[in-house]
Design a protein. Structure first.
Length: 268
């Protein structure tokens, strides 16, 4: 997989080409503690319809050095340089969680570069309570058994039904522990600290593109109530996917993919 020297990092990214050139490329932005592999469930289907660009954010995956200084502005600058180096003028953006908030910043600060924004499990800024949660998770990871830590993290990612199958939970933990590009606790801490920089809302008046939001009915981080209140205030369309929590593209993959296809189909 390719990488580019960008600012003070060597950014790793995936680039999936597509025969259909009727849409701008689709930029997939990963969430906290995630890298390009987090999009694995949806890549095969989405790449049939769109050119995909999937970077590893600072402090995640194969982007080096790791850890490294990070913030919303630094990640935003990295993305803009990546687009410039690949000679991509405009993208559709699909961001999940922290990646969704990063998508809002991109649409606000470089409005001519974003054709459409889909914000999955994310508003334009972060709730201070969520910053406190991830700071606590960061502190716990350095002092607790890592397998138990992942089981705790999963409580905020997956629906209650996931935990009805202990063998599947253990398999997921083992997969996380053995992942060759697993995020270190120091990199997780750096990203958690960077969440402070996402507290400041972006200027919605600067965004020129259509925006749509979605979350899972069981999401404990971006709850349906929070999403509905935000979208009602700002007059944005939103969708709540049943039987899904924060990792909605993992739990309801087909529904998620169809939602993206339907949304981008209206923004040719």
């Amino acid at each position: 997989m390719p990488s580019l020297s960008i600012n003070d990092i060597q950014m790793h990214y995936e680039h999936h080409l597509c025969d259909d050139s009727s849409h701008p490329p689709l930029l997939l932005l990963s969430g906290m503690a995630s890298d390009c592999t987090s999009w694995q469930p949806v890549v095969a289907e989405l790449s049939k319809h769109y050119e995909l660009l999937i970077p590893d954010n600072r402090c995640s995956g194969r982007t080096l050095p790791n850890p490294v200084s990070t913030s919303r502005d630094r990640m935003l600058h990295d993305i803009l340089i990546l687009l410039d180096k690949l000679k991509i003028d405009k993208v559709n953006v699909l961001g999940h969680s922290m990646g969704g908030m990063l998508g809002w910043a991109l649409a606000a600060q470089a409005p001519t570069r974003v054709n459409r924004l889909i914000s999955a499990s994310a508003q334009s800024s972060i709730n201070p309570a969520r910053v406190a949660l991830f700071n606590s998770l960061s502190a716990l990871r350095t002092t607790h058994n890592e397998a138990h830590w992942f089981k705790l993290l999963y409580q905020f990612l997956f629906s209650p039904s996931f935990f009805q199958h202990p063998v599947a939970v253990d398999q997921a933990v083992n997969a996380s522990l053995s992942y060759p590009h697993k995020q270190s606790h120091t990199a997780f801490s750096a990203q958690a600290a960077a969440l402070e920089t996402f507290k400041t809302p972006v200027n919605p008046g600067a965004i020129l593109c259509p925006v749509s939001l979605l979350t899972g009915a069981n999401d404990l981080l971006m709850t349906p109530a929070l999403l509905e209140a935000f979208c009602t205030t700002h007059n944005y369309p939103f969708t709540i996917i049943p039987d899904a929590a924060h990792a909605l593209h993992w739990e309801q993959t087909q529904t998620f993919v169809q939602y993206v296809i339907d949304e981008l189909g209206t923004a040719l």
